[in-house]
Design a protein around this ligand. Structure first.
Ligand code: SF4
Length: 189
């Protein structure tokens, strides 16, 4: 290695001789850093999206490469989040492509120790059957004072924090139409 190369490998020298006089960028990057490519650099295309985790609605950019999601980051064009994502939003890639993600319906029968797998149609029918049975069994047309209440006290709904405003709105409409009065969301607990 010649003297010029030797000096050039020294960050202080690069800082004194180059444009990065404060040593905040190029002057202090290591060869390993310089050889590292951003996961967004080689995307085939970038799709605009919204973080699904809460109702803040931070905007995301979904970087796609070879038909797979390569990276998800914040969208600087968003007036809501201005490129920022919180820890949950930053982990969105795992939500989509994480190896621990469940992609089939799991069912644990009463007293069973193991989960079994159901097809979606069977699971939906089982849920509908149980909702109808619980509603029929607990339906109250009038309370003890004779006031009309039309409610099903055997139904309750607990929403998760990944539900957004629109989903919660529809869930509230559905359960209220069924007569449920105990409706709650994880975000309020
Ligand atoms: S979970 Fe975080 S990143 Fe996602 S919308 Fe809410 S605040 Fe924004």
């Amino acid at each position: 290695m010649g003297l010029a190369d030797l000096l050039g490998s020294w960050p202080v020298w690069r800082q004194l001789r180059g444009p990065d006089r404060l040593g905040l960028s190029q002057a202090v990057t290591s060869p390993a850093t310089q050889a590292t490519a951003s996961p967004t650099a080689e995307a085939d295309h970038v799709a605009a999206s919204v973080c699904p985790f809460c109702a803040v609605g931070c905007a995301q950019r979904v970087h796609v490469r070879d038909g797979e999601i390569a990276h998800i980051d914040g969208d600087p064009a968003s007036p809501v989040s201005r490129g920022r994502l919180c820890a949950r939003g930053s982990s969105s890639l795992d939500l989509v492509a994480g190896p621990a993600r469940e992609t089939t319906v799991k069912y644990r029968a009463p007293y069973a120790r193991q989960w079994s797998q159901l097809d979606l149609g069977t699971a939906m029918d089982m849920i509908a059957d149980r909702v109808i049975a619980a509603r029929d069994a607990s339906w109250q047309e009038r309370d003890a004072d004779g006031h009309r209440v039309n409610r099903a006290t055997g139904l309750a709904a607990l929403g998760g924090a990944v539900l957004d405003n629109e989903e919660n709105y529809l869930i509230k409409k559905l359960w209220t139409a069924l007569g449920a009065v105990q409706l709650e969301n994880q975000a309020r607990i």
